[in-house]
Design a protein around this ligand. Structure first.
Ligand code: NAD
Length: 259
């Protein structure tokens, strides 16, 4: 494995992180940059926030890229754009995602359908399209890694956002299948499944009346920091983690244990 495995270095590697303008994506961008990677910071429409991420990155050669991943064609253009401008793609982190409440007992059918369409388009179809296009590039270049950011909700259930739970369960299954399909081509696929993380996505839940109960789901008495999820992503994407391909790693502070 050598020293690079111990140090988790990404020198001369291009890492595309979707949804890197804030939250877990931004934390991952910082960590990859400090490990020597050139980072493609993807964002949807908050260019100012993406530029803020960019300005916080160590090293050089990073760039920002815009795409609304709810539209499949945008995913194709994103990968092409990254490969052209950054001259390669070694690691894809499928991090962008949405969480919307759509309780079956209260919403109208049209709202239900819209929530399912939006959630599956962003959380599952976009990673599928990006994985297809990125792996084509990686195979041409002799290998690469894909890390999907899933959720504990895939296992535990999401009674108030069932499309979210289903999208993440789908992402888990996709990662397993692609790990088997792509390993012979030197492309390794991993999944991280966080519980609650202290980001904008969870802000209203964490600052609301249920905040303490949520923190106490973990015996550590808190939720994850975005940097903790980012560290796991980095570890999985690093040299030496190849044999973990197909794995789904829980980052949930023992709030939901499965064996
Ligand atoms: P966040 O809301 O801060 O970040 C999500 C990012 O995805 C944002 O940058 C957003 O712009 C981007 N995004 C959403 N829809 C998009 C679209 N159509 N096109 C392009 N970009 C889009 O939340 P986060 O907590 O950093 O979430 C990152 C990932 O972690 C998500 O996949 C989420 O499901 C997962 N996750 C979060 C938690 C949590 O409690 N925060 C728990 C488990 C899993």
């Amino acid at each position: 494995m050598g020293d690079s495995a111990v140090a988790m270095r990404f020198d001369n590697q291009v890492v595309l992180i979707t949804g890197a303008s804030r939250g877990i994506g931004r934390a991952a961008a910082k960590l990859f940059a400090s490990a020597g990677a050139r980072v493609a910071v993807h964002y949807r429409n908050r260019r100012d926030a993406a530029e803020e991420t960019l300005a916080s990155l160590q090293g050089g050669g990073h760039a920002v890229f815009s795409a609304d991943l709810a539209h499949e064609r945008a995913a194709g253009m994103l990968v092409e754009d990254v490969v052209n401008r950054m001259r390669g793609l070694d690691v894809l982190v499928n991090n962008a995602g949405i969480f919307e409440y759509h309780e079956i007992s209260t919403v109208e059918f049209d709202q239900w359908l819209d929530a399912w369409r939006r959630t599956l388009a962003t959380n599952l179809l976009a990673p599928a399209c990006l994985s297809y296009l990125a792996s084509r590039q990686m195979m041409k270049m002799g290998g690469g890694r894909i890390v999907n950011v899933s959720s504990r909700g895939a296992f535990r259930g999401e009674p108030r956002a069932p499309a979210y739970g289903a999208s993440k369960a789908g992402l888990n299954a996709m990662g397993q299948s692609l790990a088997q399909a792509l390993a012979p081509h030197g492309v390794y696929v991993f999944t991280v499944a966080p519980g609650f993380v202290d980001t904008d996505m969870a802000k209203s839940s964490l600052s609301g009346p249920a905040g303490d109960a949520i923190r106490n789901q973990s015996p550590l008495g808190r939720v994850a920091r975005p940097e903790e999820v980012a560290r796991t992503v980095l570890f999985l994407a690093s040299k030496g983690s190849e044999f973990l391909t197909g794995g789904i790693v829980d980052v949930n502070g023992a709030s939901y244990l499965r064996s």
